[in-house]
Ligand binder design. Structure first.
Ligand SMILES: [Zn+2]
Length: 303
């Protein structure tokens, strides 16, 4: 994103900017940095502007996000009023509209004009997981910056400061796929590590026809992380069966993976991995989570 900051210095940044990237990829952090740079070009951290921004009381800065599920018309109107009034402390006004894919159609339409030609000197920074989720008429009015996953070494460097074993770090580097915010939040999430352990215990038993699939599914259904963890477990199986000398993400559960390999033919592990993808689609379509996980666990249990 070096180009982004150079654009601000050259005064060449569009007044409406859209940052896209998966949850945890740093959109909010980046938008906050850009806002600071726009409000204090030196980003000194000491001037009244920087201090007020850090405290969240800068009169020329507005941060808006979804109220409940959506960004409603009242919030759009608040944003319009903010962008249209002159700055009082800095030379510019900066608004951040987080998760702009949640704008209701009514709210988005009310913003089109102000985002097309924001009153000078106002900037509006939008964020969304993917530009595909945002109304095309909003995207077309924005300069879009897509955040790429970070290199593995960069994430590893940051995780060094966390209390993780070498195996846990290895797993998180695989699992977070370069999304630093995700790696950081999971590193300290005790429930996440416990779930991973439960899956390592339950899956070999279910695949061997001993464990109770419906009991396990009951425990999985209440966390969105369960499906991703199961998917990673099955991905390890598929790759161990296909790639010689493959080091699994769950390398600290080598014994449990070996038990699975002994009872699960390659064809079945591939089918189960596909089923995880289908389960993800069902959950996104708001199907009953209990049924989705029951179905997956029963498929594991079946010979
Ligand atoms: Zn400053």
């Amino acid at each position: 994103m070096a180009g982004l900051f150079a654009r601000i210095e050259r005064d060449n940044l569009a007044q409406t900017v859209l940052f896209t990237g998966p949850e945890g990829s740093g959109k909010k952090t980046l938008a906050a940095r850009v806002a600071q740079k726009l409000l204090c070009p030196e980003t000194c951290g000491r001037c009244p502007s920087c201090k007020m921004l850090a405290k969240g009381i800068h009169p020329d800065y507005l941060l808006l996000g979804p109220d409940g599920d959506s960004l409603k018309l009242e919030q759009a109107q608040q944003l319009k009023a903010f962008l249209s009034s002159p700055p009082s402390l800095a030379s510019r006004k900066v608004a951040v509209l987080a998760q702009c894919q949640r704008l209701t159609v009514e709210a988005a339409n009310s913003l089109l004009k102000v985002l097309e030609e924001p009153p000078s000197p106002s900037y509006c920074l939008l964020t969304a997981d993917s530009a595909a989720d945002v109304l095309a008429t909003l995207v077309s009015r924005s300069q879009v910056f897509a955040l790429a996953p970070l290199p593995r070494d960069t994430v590893a460097e940051v995780l060094k400061g966390k209390k993780l074993s070498a195996d846990q770090t290895w797993f998180l580097l695989e699992y977070s796929q370069g999304i630093l915010g995700r790696a950081l939040s999971l590193s300290a999430d005790g429930d996440f590590w416990q779930r991973r352990e439960e899956i390592a215990l339950a899956v070999p038993e279910i695949l061997a026809g001993r464990g109770d699939p419906l009991l396990a599914a009951e425990g999985w259904q209440d966390s969105p992380e369960s499906l991703a963890l199961l998917e990673f477990w099955l991905r390890d199986l598929v790759l161990l069966q296909a790639v010689p000398d493959f080091t699994p993400a769950n390398r600290d559960y080598g014994g449990a993976l070996a038990q699975c390999l002994a009872v699960c033919p390659a064809k079945k592990s591939r089918a189960l991995l596909d089923q995880c993808q289908r389960a993800r689609e069902y959950l996104q379509a708001r199907c009953n989570a209990r049924l989705v996980f029951d179905c997956l666990a029963l498929m594991m249990w079946e010979v």
